[in-house]
Design a protein around this ligand. Sequence first.
Ligand SMILES: Nc1ncnc2c1ncn2[C@@H]1O[C@H](COP(=O)(O)OP(=O)(O)OP(=O)(O)O)[C@@H](O)[C@H]1O
Ligand SMILES: [Mg+2]
Length: 510
Amino acid sequence: MELLVEMQGINKAFAGVPACEGCQFQLRPGEVHALVGENGAGKSTLMKVLAGVYRMDAGQILLRGREVEINSPHAAQMLGITMIHQELNLMPHLTVAQNIFIGREPRRSVPFLLDEPTINQQAEEILAQLHLNLSPKQRVGGLTVARQQMVEIAKALSYNSQVMIMDEPTAALTEAEIEELFNMIHRLREKGIGIVYISHRMEEIKRISDRVTVMRDGHYIETLITPETTIDRVISLMVGRTIYESAPELPETPSTEVVLDVKNLNRGRELRDVNFQLKRGEILGFAGLMGAGRTEVARAIVGADRCDSIELTIKGKPVTIRHPRDAVRHGIGYLSEDRKRYGLVVGMDVANNISMAALHRFVSPIGVVDDGKIRQTAKQQVDALSVKTPSVRQRVRNLSGGNQQKVVIAKWLTADTDILIFDEPTRGIDVGAKSEIYKLLNELARRGKSIIMISSELPEILRMSHRIIVMCEGRITGELTSEEATQEKIMQFATQRSELIGIDSEVQPA
Ligand SMILES: Nc1ncnc2c1ncn2[C@@H]1O[C@H](COP(=O)(O)OP(=O)(O)OP(=O)(O)O)[C@@H](O)[C@H]1O
Ligand SMILES: [Mg+2]
């Protein structure tokens, strides 16, 4: 069969540090080809070369057998290659139709005037082709991540794209949205479109892909036919060794000392009568479906959002927290799920990001910032968490997605707060690094830190928590100890409609 894309001998280095070396990749029409590898393996870089975001240093790209030169994203677009990035690229203040046709709107006779009816109608047609229930006139800023992704796909289709690259498309989607995306992918492949699918989620890859290419340390390792391989095989090729998933190693039972007491937390319809306690040395898991209100609880506690009522007691003392700064002063660190917006300053380097929440410790009595100490501390953290970066002076923007997440974790470890709220700590993190983070959480708990861990991955919640609180529709609908918790029990609480249950958090399922 004719190949849609063939990449050969691709080299790409950043400031002399190679991100891809001698890489190859093939894509057939109508194929879903998964691209996997650990954080920093070079997946996004290789695909950005194909999408014209980066210029390769060496190599060859063939499109339907003909060598092409791809110098810019625009050139890629003209050749029918589109990349849907880890971070979406839409203009929030523009409408769906305007986003689809941005930069090449059909014009009336007057130049520079958008012909709204025409683009709305054309957008309507494309959306219909994709069976998308979206209005062309809707502003993109108000859409969920999943819907924004759909707009990007619609946009790609409007360019007649034959190659669509999806970089971790499901990272921020709910189960239902993932199904919708998979249906969409099936429709695209029926049109003969080739899809590159980058993901850390092995079950998804098993389900959706025809072939899997594995990269490691900037190198091509192997291409496997998905139905003929196993997840274990793919993982061992990724990490270059067999990793033994150690039996769930539960941290010791925590003390009974209550470190954080949250009472009477209410916020409009989002949070209703949330009450819970966190103990010293405890890992308290927060489970629930996306939108259940878990992040809202965290944000309310650290003062990131106003709420209607909240009574906070920390180590027996009532406190008022109005701003995340107050939270840090009271010893609460929050690793948000949205690292770009709240966790990191991507234009700053790794060292400064890591020291950011603990700056007072790096300032001498006469107010001079001790840069050497900042760098040294950062280096220790970078080593401990195996952050893949050429130096601590690298800008965070230039790190791979998973390594940025590790920098957020390093930042809060450096801040050394007694209470840590981790919101989806392993999102976008590869398998090997995941077990490192689990070990780290255990270690922190053992040292007496108290941890709230919000996660949508049930195995993670089950494996890591002493106690599990389940939320549904802004309420706490259940609480389970690690011994009694199972996936089924958690799901039962997580899908409990509020009218069927009382508001008491101790209520058991009927
Ligand atoms: N613009 C850039 N400037 C400097 N270095 C970069 C840049 N982009 C990527 N890198 C480096 O190239 C390497 C590969 O990064 P890449 O983003 O391709 O990894 P990835 O496989 O997509 O990882 P992840 O799963 O974490 O997203 C990393 O070490 C990264 O730090
Ligand atoms: Mg990436």
